[in-house]
Design a protein. Sequence first.
Length: 190
Amino acid sequence: MILDKVRLHLESVGCIKENGSICIVILVDEERKSQLTFVTDETMKNQLYMRLYKPEDNSRLTKLLPEVMWESLRGFSDSEDYEMVIDSVGEDGEYHTVLHNKIYGGKYDIRISDAVLLQEVTGIPLYINLSLGRKQMAPYQPDGNTTALPINVMPLEALEIGLADSIAQEDYHMAQKLKDEINKRKSLKK
């Protein structure tokens, strides 16, 4: 058992109904007790959705670029030669994820959504650093109709929508948290 990191698996993908451009990805740990949630765009949601809910006729997937590239590299490398680790949250609200080549020692930054796609196509395991997982993961509720999304990884657009909603609902405590996160992000862009 790996003690300093937790393996994650793709559980579901979907879009926020009011705004189809904000899509949510849910990853779960192997015990299906905790979840990590992040936001991606609709294009990536569609790519992940195709792999998660594979059609009975899989021939369409085998012709897509990620599958073709992995198949062409299989003679030179194996999924056991690599691992991906989510190790921090950047000031911009993005999870920092690294692809490690365990044979040659190479490390490559990769977007979390691309890491999830790569795991689905190749089987290369995706982990989260245990201490980060403790901060960012929430209990997994498979039958729930809501999901937890830490504000430090929400897109600026979603934060602004949430701020307006919080003010309209007179939830000033939440509004202040969202405003602080918005201000922090905007100050980094200066």
